[in-house]
Structures are given as structure tokens and as C-alpha cells.
Write a protein that binds this ligand. Sequence first.
Ligand code: COA
Length: 388
Amino acid sequence: MTRDVAIIGVGMTKFGEFWERGYRSLITEAGSKAIIDAGIDGKDIDAVYVGSMTPGRLIGQEHVGALVADYAGLTGIPATRVEAACASGGLALHQAFLAIKSGLYDIVVVGGVEKMTDVSTEHATVALAGAADQEWEGFHGITFPGLYAMMARRHMIDYGTTEEQISMVAVKNHANGKLNPNAQFQYEVTLEDVLHSSMVADPLRLLHCSPITDGAATVVLASSEKAKKLCERPIWVRGSAIATDTLSLHERKSITRVEASIVAGKKAYEMAGVKPDDIDFAEVHDCFTIAEILAIESLGFCKMGEGGKTTENGETRIGGRIPINTSGGLKAKGHPVGATGIAQAIEATWQLRGQAEKRQVKGAKVGLAQNVGGSGATCTVHIFSPEK
Ligand code: COA
């Protein structure tokens, strides 16, 4: 593979609960912002990819590739919807990366979007459960909070991880979210708040969960030739990898080891020519706070079983050894499922351009984004850097 691929523009909506706004208005805002940021116009764009998990079940709308091209005023160009549950955004990014690598396209706009709050929590929970194994899990009534609760309990039993440590992830991510003007929750929570929030699925409480969110995010990718011509500060996609695992949790050898993240991480590190120690910050998929602990272990930022201790020691805070989820993560920034993987790439871009304002990681040179679908059946890992 000879061509390099760079991010040359980014744009996102604020994440939150927007009853007055529709799906198409969200993705059009994010797309327009990214195109303006890239300094290109419609005729420069070769193709569009959009990650969206379940618009059919949430708003009754399918066929969203064409919808997005239509509302962007780009009818005629190839537009593809990509779905891999909560990793739909990360997978869309990977597909757009491959399309440029292949030499077929030079400039690709890749977005992610979800409109989740038009339905009740119960309805959204059932729609999200579509990412689990319907015959072995969904049919028996298990929900995503329930699946991650089992992973959390097992981690506690196997490694002595405590409720306090799982709660400290929420405290940190809310503190980061307070610094992010695009976050759904821009307020801090204390350890006591988390430990006394209402129980959702034992041991996971309300403040261990990501919320239900509306939002959209878009990046513009370009080939090296176009990126050098169009952009003063391209952010290179140095690694882009995807791996899969069993859909159902009970089929795995261990439910505290996110194998797809381990495999995708290794591939992405190899492609980028870096090691976990070279990563200056990471956006990881903390759909429940235990997931952040599993993510930092699977990506090699600490030893297996030590994610809780690493969090407690403050190593994952801004200013710590390996800042995790400077954006506030899914926990505080919000989790409009199809948009999440793209929003992670945007935070990485802002960090690497030095535009992350109060959340800025000093001297950040290499960033990583990890996006998970379901309980870990799909995982994408991307590595970004301003240097090739
Ligand atoms: N964190 C912090 N606050 C939250 C929250 C969360 N995750 N979810 C809701 N809230 C707040 C709301 O802002 C609201 O606050 P307000 O009363 O000050 O306005 C209050 O809690 C009640 O909100 P509501 O929407 O009625 O909550 P709910 O009980 O219906 O839903 C959860 C709470 C945790 C069940 C829901 O957010 C959820 O299902 N989250 C997980 C989503 C998920 O599974 N995603 C896919 C992951 S793989």
C-alpha cells in the first residue's frame, strides 16, 4: 500500500437531546462544518460514507447513504451506509480509508449520525440490543447494561477491581466533559455521586452508563497528494484496523478480555510503526465505565487486570501518563452510536492540531481511537499523527 491518507477537515454538532432537530439536520450541520474546515467544495468530493447503527428502528428511516448525499446537495456521487453497531463510525472511517488507499478516490467525506431521543429509553434499549446475539442473548431479555454488568462483575472477581475504581472513570470523564463545549454533560460528578446513583444493572449504576444521545460528526479524508495541496496541517491516518469476535459473550474464553480490541490494536500499531508507549492520548469506547478499563488493558496501556488501579492512580487523567477520553468519552460527551467513532477521530485531530483548548494534552504527537460494536464483537482502532 503506497498512498497515505490524511484528515483535512473535521466538524461535529453538539451532542445531546435535541427534540427540535432531525437526523438530516444533524448530519448536514456536521458535514458542512467539516467541508468548510477542509476548505473544499462539493465538486471536489469523490464519495461519501456514513456510519449509522439503527435509524430504521429509531426514526423509521433506512437508505441513509442516499439521504445524506441528497441533503448535502451531492446527488450523483457514490454514497454508502456502513453498520457495525456502536462501531459503525469507526468502520465507516476504515472503509473510507481503504477507498483512498486503493487509489479509486482522492477525497472522501465520512460521517456518523444517530437520532436516539425521539423514542423512549425502553425502545432505544431494545433497538441497541440488536447489536447483541438475538438468539442467545436478546431473546432471553439481556440488555447492554446487563452484558457489561457481567463483564464488570467478572473483572472484580478475577482482578479485585473495585466499585470505586469503576466509578473513578466516570469522575474523570465528567471532569473532561466539563471542558468540552460539544459534550452532552458539561458538569463534574464526585465519587460519592457515582456510588450513590441509581442502580441500572448490578454493579453498574446510572453514572457508570453512557447516555442516549442525538448527534453527528464528519471528517474529510484526502490522499497524500491532495492533502499536501489543500491543507497546511493534515493529520495522517497512520494505522487503521478492524477485528471481530464472537457476537455472544458466553462463547468467549474470557469475558474480561476484549480480543477484537487486542487484535485490531496490534494490527494498527504495526501499520503505524508504533508501540503503546508511543501513544500520547487515546479516545476509547467507554459505553460503560468498565469498558474503558477493558480498553486500556486490551490496547497495552497497562497490564491485564490493572486497568482499575491505573485509573485510581490518576494515570489516565489529562496531565497523567496516558490521558484517556479527553473529550469526556461516551460517558460525558454522549454516545449517538453511529457518530461515536467519527467524533473520536475529531477529538484526536483537535488534540494533534493543538486546538483542544482547556483539554489540550501538552506536546501530543500520536493519538489513538478505539471504537467497539456490541460487547466487543467488532472493534476498530485508528492511530493518528501530524507526522507521517
Ligand atoms: N449519565 C448521567 N446522567 C444521565 C444518564 C447517564 N448515562 N442518562 C440519563 N441521565 C440523566 C438525564 O439527563 C436526566 O437528568 P435530568 O432529570 O436532570 O434531566 C435523568 O438522568 C433521567 O433521564 P432519563 O432519560 O429518564 O434516564 P433513563 O433512566 O431513561 O435512562 C439509562 C438511563 C442509563 C438507562 C440510559 O441512559 C441508557 O440506557 N444508557 C445506556 C445506553 C447504551 O446502552 N448505549 C449502547 C452501549 S453499547
